[in-house]
Design a protein around this ligand. Structure first.
Ligand code: ZN
Length: 137
């Protein structure tokens, strides 16, 4: 039995019926469609051809796993200063880390075609607009 998951529910059963894990709050969550999503992160991310912003190929289960190319600008939650997918956040942190480590490498801004500021992943203009969400933890 997974001890670490006991906060998510409880084990129920006996030696005759077998044990099963009953998650808490299942009834409330039943109305919410559980959407399966895959985010593809590549070494070289594609860019949106209009804005120049980095894009992610995302597949959704409800759409038969068809790939959708989604610009990073569309993924930003500016109210929450976050991204909806863990993979996107991880990729961002990775790029931020690399930019810090290799500040002299020429790189383009994640959100447009311009050059990024030294040691940063954004240009000056985009940093003003998106710095908070991009550099949020
Ligand atoms: Zn920019």
């Amino acid at each position: 039995m997974a001890e670490t998951e006991t906060h998510l529910g409880e084990w129920d059963g006996d030696e005759f019926n077998g044990w099963r894990f009953i998650p808490y709050g299942v009834e409330e969550e039943e109305d919410v469609p559980h959407e399966q999503v895959k985010v593809w992160v590549a070494r070289s991310q594609p860019r949106d051809k209009d804005t120049g912003a980095i894009a992610f190929d995302i597949s959704f289960e409800y759409a038969q796993w068809k790939d959708h190319r989604v610009s990073i600008l569309a993924l930003m939650d500016l109210e929450d200063n976050s991204f909806p997918y863990e993979e996107v956040t991880e990729a961002l942190n990775d790029w931020i880390e690399k930019a810090k480590r290799f500040p002299h490498t020429r790189r383009n801004c994640l959100c447009c075609w311009k050059r990024a500021t030294k040691g940063k992943v954004l240009c000056q203009g985009c940093h003003t607009k998106f710095g908070e969400v991009i550099y949020a933890d």
